[in-house]
Write a protein that binds this ligand. Structure first.
Ligand code: OAD
Ligand code: ZN
Length: 247
């Protein structure tokens, strides 16, 4: 009945948006941050490894943390949850995917309107000359165990185009995400603990306008009490099951 109710909400929505987090990609083999025992932040202190100051002052710790993540992301393929969102968009039932993920799997699955509020591992930037490189251009022999990528012109270490702790969110992506949420009459939140601000504020722009809320997450979140439908399920099972039930 909960799956059918979610399907009915999609069928009736005129401006549905999705908001996804790391739990969306765990079925693709990429670890999330806060799941008990498997989450990256159970083993690492984010400020020590994933901050701008770590990148600048402790590059060894930074790139030792990043390397397995780059490796997992390079090997990952979209899962049925990513495919379900691409299918919803194709059927005109989803306007945008707002994601905190840096793995490009929504795009790989065929989603067209993807707003990356935490950047992506596909872009690498030179902090000195500002040149931008794709992962293919930048990574060289970084995987499996080569040195961190450097700018061919400046020879300084390239920074991955992901939002680090102590950094601002990219303003264009933020504005696009905010306006998509303000227009939304239905929000699907999936695979995010909603613990990281300011990204976690985005759904509230939709809820202020009385948007309906579908929440799919294995563990409880602060917005569970506000959800019209709460599915404590694996996204890779829940989302195809919802799409299947849309008339
Ligand atoms: P979290 O690790 O905080 O939350 C992931 C949530 O997904 C958890 O609540 C899990 O219970 C749930 N989950 C895991 N696998 C799932 C599955 N297969 N199906 C359903 N739910 C599942 O990840 P995010 O909320 O994305 O920021 O984290 C937000 C930000 O914190 C990240 O973007 C990153 C991190 O620090 C930056 O790097 C700036
Ligand atoms: Zn440079």
């Amino acid at each position: 009945p909960a799956l059918q109710k979610a399907a009915d909400l999609f069928a009736r929505a005129r401006h549905a948006v999705a908001f996804t987090g790391a739990g969306f990609s765990t079925p693709s083999g990429i670890p999330d941050f806060r799941s008990q025992s498997t989450g990256l932040w159970t083993r690492f202190d984010p400020m020590q490894v994933a901050s701008l100051s770590a990148f600048r002052q402790r590059p060894e710790a930074f790139f030792n943390w990043l390397r397995p993540l780059v490796s997992a992301v390079s090997a990952a393929q979209p899962n049925p949850a990513h495919q379900a969102l691409a299918e919803l968009e194709k059927r005109g039932l989803l306007r945008a995917v707002i994601t905190q993920n840096i793995d490009r799997l929504h795009q790989k699955a065929g989603s067209q309107t993807v707003i990356e509020v935490h950047g992506s591992l596909n872009q690498w930037d030179c902090p000195s000359c500002r040149a931008a490189f794709t992962a293919d251009e930048a990574l060289g022999s970084f995987l499996p165990d080569g040195p961190p990528p450097r700018c061919p012109r400046c020879d300084v270490r390239l920074k991955p185009g992901i939002v680090l702790y102590e950094e601002m969110l990219p303003p264009k992506a933020w504005q696009a995400a905010e306006s998509a949420c303000r227009r939304a009459d239905l929000v699907l939140i999936a695979g995010t603990s909603l613990e990281v601000a300011p990204a976690s504020y985005l759904p509230s722009y939709a809820l202020e306008n009385r948007a309906r809320l579908i929440l799919v997450n294995l563990s409880p979140t602060p917005l569970d009490p506000q959800a019209d439908v709460c599915l404590p399920m694996d996204v890779a099972q829940a989302l195809p099951a919802v799409v299947e039930r849309i008339q």
